[in-house]
Write a protein that binds this ligand. Sequence first.
Ligand code: FMN
Length: 323
Amino acid sequence: MKTRITELFGIEHPIIQGGMHFVGLAELASAVSNAGGLGILTGLTQRTPELLSKEIARCREMTNKPFGVNLTFLPSVTPPDYPGYVRAIVEGGVRNVETAGNNRQKWLPPLQDTGNKVIHKCTSVRHSLKAESIGCDAVSVDGFECGGHPGEDDIPNMILLPRAAEALKIPFVASGGMADGRSLVAALALGAEGMNMGTRFIATKEAPVHDHVKQALVAASELDTRLIMRSLRNTERVLNNDAVGRLIEKERALGAALKFEDILPEVAGVYPAIMQRGEMEAGAWSCGMVAGLIHDVPTCQELIDRIMAEAKSLIRDRLTGLL
Ligand SMILES: Cc1cc2nc3c(=O)[nH]c(=O)nc-3n(C[C@H](O)[C@H](O)[C@H](O)COP(=O)(O)O)c2cc1C
């Protein structure tokens, strides 16, 4: 399938694996790329730019197909060494970068002047237009359904994607709630040129996370996510568990007085315990409503082949047959 997204990134299928903290390591990114999608390493999961350089080199040993790096720009008192991470990307010969958060214009020239294509993740049309105006090559439009940070507007993809299509000139992919061939065809119908998946890719054989995490996704339904940190204007969609229950209770009790420090035990530094050691009650971890559509743990090749076969048959048989 050819779209402006497959052309932009030099990939076979219009499917991107979004950056995911403690999930987007070389094993997963290379498996997605080998299957014809665009695998993405999560930059900040590597504690230093030097470690990111090593991870890029490791990924290159596992695939000769294009892959990318996610750089998430978080508001922070002591920000990560962003210039160092950008240098690691450029010197590592990466050609595709997914940015998220506050992507200030200053990061684009060092990336794009060295041949990188930049796709920025946005949760609103206005942020997508801003990304287009500063020169991003594409955007990933993340609807309210998504795992991770859906923003504060709460617009689901059924509305957000056609609105993005009305407003944008640069290509965009649909992100949030995408799982299968039906998602891909719907995304294309709504004006996107591909799709980005996070949660679905965690439940794959190659995702380098504990089996408890994969089984939790298979067991979960679409009713099992919760929104946290709304009052901090840092809303995150997570899988419900005891830690999330405690966190929501604190939010209820403290209301507008809630400070980030109040919920540190439930959110700070919990990813290694969950993703690597499978301690499922250790804290809050990002997860999309799409968990309700995850029923198995295939390889990335099986998943992507299945998505493309289903999409083609939907277009050729079901949809054409309706005419
Ligand atoms: C466990 C997990 C961790 C994530 N970490 C990041 C991250 O570090 N940076 C980022 O830009 N997006 C992150 N995301 C968001 C994904 O890249 C993607 O936009 C989102 O998962 C799409 O929604 P879906 O889960 O419904 O597919 C994360 C998502 C999950 C599920």
